[in-house]
Design a protein around this ligand. Structure first.
Ligand SMILES: NC(=O)c1ccc[n+]([C@@H]2O[C@H](COP(=O)([O-])OP(=O)(O)OC[C@H]3O[C@@H](n4cnc5c(N)ncnc54)[C@H](OP(=O)(O)O)[C@@H]3O)[C@@H](O)[C@H]2O)c1
Length: 432
């Protein structure tokens, strides 16, 4: 006889309502995948009176979602409230401590408190599913933790935030400024009313920290991620990048440098002819590299009700089918604490855009700085004069160190003909 799995869902917003709808409307399909009946016993959200598109008849309403953790007959708590602190954290920790399995889409919580949660999960021997926390419709946690488990991964990288990718795509297509597109995206519901987590790179950093931990068998280290967002990218950078044969993408990159871990989220130039450069609009893509494997690339929708609930429900089916792995795919005793490698340790090619007064000797001053810092210029482009007498100058470099670039930029900023903070973007040439 099919067993019954009792579920409580906290949070009935974009993801919670869709998850509830599928569990209740697609019960036969889910049963065929698991031989289990799924029974939503209780739900909770902030406002009981809010009109919702789902039928909650017969389901117990829990006013304070944390109380779900104390309901005896619940097997799985699905946490879809969000936030790294507050009720979501309280609920998750209390539910695990009370012996309940937990499924969540909460990347902020996992990135910030995942190591403690992992300890609790091991101690209380429950399942903790967080596939939905990274790249929704792409099963990237399973891909790295299980599908690629035999590989010593050396690098992972990807487009991890759909809002930023959408903004950069539209900037390229229309030539509009960042702020105008962000305002449109907010009107269309693609961007939050407070967009800072997305556009300042924090959301991508949460996801990168989670993926790096799994890929490199190390505890999650969110504070060790270098984070830069896309606010300073202007349409002129996008035009120059196109002219030079590149696209600008906000990438999360995690890699092993010796025994150390380097994690960064920053806008980068990528050659237009590599697959990740072709990922447009709200789509995500994540690549993993290892010797022997080469590059394995996954692509899909990273957010939204459908893709995210798909990931939540795949965790639910794993629970029903008793498919369990350790929290990060490596026994806790085998995790290696890796020193964080600073950005300065990186080397590569760079794109720099400077706004300068169009006066004799300016270019000589710029190239003299690079000469003194040992940086070799690959290309130099200059565009038409603005009414205020300034021109944008773009320099791309041959392979050099991040440190030499940072020191050069500090010198550029002292030059009287340089009028704004230079825009520096690394050029990432990935292995095929
Ligand atoms: N949306 C996506 O595309 C997406 C993608 C990946 C991951 N996620 C993650 O999924 C989670 C949910 O996101 P979402 O987009 O579905 O959020 P949402 O639409 O804002 O829904 C949040 C839900 O939580 C409820 N809630 C808020 N504060 C609460 C409290 N103090 N006590 C109980 N319930 C509370 C809200 O109640 P009311 O309905 O009464 O306001 C709402 O039902 C977050 O962790 C998010 O990061 C979302």
């Amino acid at each position: 006889m099919a067993r019954t799995i009792n579920i409580a869902i906290a949070g009935l917003g974009t993801v919670g309502a869709e998850t509830y709808r599928i569990i209740t409307e697609e019960s036969d399909f889910l049963k065929a995948r698991s031989s289990a009946n799924f029974n939503v016993v209780a739900v909770s959200a902030k406002s009981k009176d809010k009109k919702r598109d789902v039928d909650l008849t017969g389901v117990e309403w829990i006013a304070d979602c944390r109380d779900i953790a104390d309901i005896d007959n619940i097997d799985v708590v699905i946490e879809l409230v969000g936030g790294s602190e507050g009720v979501a954290k309280d609920l998750v920790e209390k539910a695990i401590t009370n012996g309940k399995s937990v499924i969540t889409a909460n990347k902020a919580l996992v990135a910030t408190h995942g190591n403690n949660i992992g300890e609790l999960v091991a101690k209380h021997d429950v399942m903790f599913g967080y596939e939905a926390a990274v790249a929704g419709g792409i099963p990237i946690i399973k891909t790295i933790r299980e599908g690629l488990a035999s590989n010593r991964l050396s690098k992972i990288y990807g487009i991890l935030n759909g809002t930023c990718n959408y903004i950069l795509s539209v900037m390229r297509e229309t030539g509009q400024e960042f702020e105008d597109i962000l305002a449109d995206a907010q009107r269309l519901g693609y961007a939050e009313s407070d967009p800072s987590f997305d556009v300042d790179g924090v959301d991508a950093a949460h996801k990168l920290a989670i993926l790096s931990a799994i890929a490199f068998q190390t505890p999650i280290n969110f504070s060790g991620v270098y984070v830069e967002g896309i606010r300073l990218i202007s349409p002129i950078d996008i035009d120059f990048a196109t002219e030079l044969g590149y696209r600008i993408k906000l990438l999360g990159i995690g890699e092993l440098l010796g025994n150390g871990l380097q994690q960064r989220v920053r806008p980068c130039l990528v050659p237009v002819n590599i697959p990740i450069a072709q990922v447009e609009d709200v789509f995500n893509a994540v690549a993993a590299e290892a010797e022997g494997l080469g590059t394995s690339l996954s692509y899909g929708r990273g957010a939204g009700a459908g893709p995210t609930s798909s990931a939540v429900l795949s965790d639910l089916l794993d629970f029903a089918n008793n498919r369990r792995t350790s929290f990060l795919g490596t026994a806790d005793s085998e995790l290696v604490v890796r020193p964080i490698q600073e950005l300065q340790k990186l080397s590569g090619s760079y794109y720099l855009r400077l706004q300068v007064y169009d006066r004799p000797g300016v270019l000589a001053d710029l190239t003299a700085v690079f000469r003194d810092k040992g940086v070799s210029v690959e290309a130099l482009l200059q565009r038409g004069r603005n009414p205020d007498g300034t021109v944008p100058v773009v320099l791309t470099t041959h392979e050099t160190s991040e440190e030499a670039i940072q020191k050069s930029v500090a010198e550029f900023e002292k030059l009287e003909n340089v009028v704004e903070k230079p825009c520096i973007l690394p050029i990432e040439n990935f292995a095929g």
